[in-house]
Design a protein around this ligand. Sequence first.
Ligand code: UD1
Ligand code: CA
Length: 477
Amino acid sequence: MSSPSIHVVILAAGQGTRMKSHLPKVLHAVPGGPMLDCVIRTAESLSPESLTIVVGHAADAIQSHLNGHNGVQFALQQPQLGTGHALLQTAPLLAGKTGTLILLSGDVPLLTGTTLNSLVAAHCGARAAATVVTATVDRPFGYGRIVRVEGEVARIVEERDASPAERQIKEINSGIYAFDMTHLFDALGGIASQNAQGEYYLTDLIAIYRRRKLMVKSVLVDDPQEVRGINSRTELAEVSRLVRQKKNEELMASGVTLVDPAATYIDPGVEIGADTVIHPGVIIEGRTHVGAACEIHAHVTITDCEIGDNVTIKSFSLMTSSRIETGASVGPFAHLRPETVVCEGAKIGNFVELKKTTLGPHSKANHLSYLGNATIGTKVNVGAGTITCNYDGEHKYDTVIEDGAFIGSDSQLIAPVRVGKGAYVAAGSSITQDVPPGALGIARGRQSVVDGWVERRKQASSDKDATSRKDAGKPAH
Ligand code: UD1
Ligand code: CA
């Protein structure tokens, strides 16, 4: 059987009133990104012929969020009169097309491509007019319920419109469906708004199809968590916890030690090698890769970084878009800003900030430094308190420190400047000119020593006290 063309529609026009937010609900993030992005990724796994997003409330915010995302088109729903009305807004874009329409909800982010594939297979295999994805849950509160007659789906009733008996039903509507496009837009026009919310419910389509003797099927998901909808901040936190839990379990199964999984926050896209140990309070986000046998101590935040094997990251370090090579050590309290490279065996100590800087193999910057726009060679020692002065208020300038150089403590390297191979910079220097290879650069006020100064000062101050006591004894005028 050749599979018919697939058109995906994602509903994302609702306000998400229960979120109490200025941000549209579907742009709130779960681990891995805004929930709408998760739904789009899953939709794209079907390689659909078209992908339409229905926007309405805060449409601008959603459209600009997806600006540059290839292959999505938007249908505007204004005002938002319910899910049935939302799908109807895609008619100008999709009416007359044939094949299967897959309807997804922008607030159901955990849905997997596997489930979508089984939906398509079941729907097309049965040649159904509509197929709805359902789940059996212990707490069906808030979801539409699947009402069956003689085992077949007869209709879907919303929580607010359900009778007490219907509210006992544990099979819920996931809000995810497949439709044969032949009948769809015509039937959608038949939906009315006589219900508790005065909205055009998409769910009414099922009863309409039944009346028209069109075949309605259902697919039950194995894991009901996958179709959890997010309507409130509490549900956002619960779903986020599920995502993290799943990721943590995968990591532990692959040989990563999580000292306290409940206090570990790792995005789904992160990769970590075996025998790496992750302590509590660690956040690893984005496209980060951590090698094997690393140790990441408590309260470290890593975003979009590439970390080699046997790397140690000590507590309270923060790093973004940086690379840390094998055997390096960073922190505690280090700040690695974008485009930093800490090469093999190099060491970054406490209160050191790097930006657009490469610290060469086996080099060290152990204490209290700012190194920006710097290229630092092999086995360089950067003393405590060293600062690259890379900014004159208008432009940024580069500092180069060649292999084996030694930068004495509390030096300022005023860029652009170069310290040559094996050169020394004396502690406390303000270096404004290049220091040639093998030379010593010293640029500080010369010290003078005043012998006997302390004793003389003591003598002078006791003489002054005696005079003022004498003055105090004189009669007043
Ligand atoms: C909906 C279903 C319910 C199902 C649940 C699953 C209806 C009437 N109810 O309820 O049966 O159990 O999803 O999560 O369909 N939207 C629009 N335009 C609108 C209204 C909503 O685009 O006018 C979008 C929302 O942005 C959201 C989605 O449709 O992405 C679902 O809307 P929501 O209000 O969350 O519906 P539920 O009450 O959760
Ligand atoms: Ca919802």
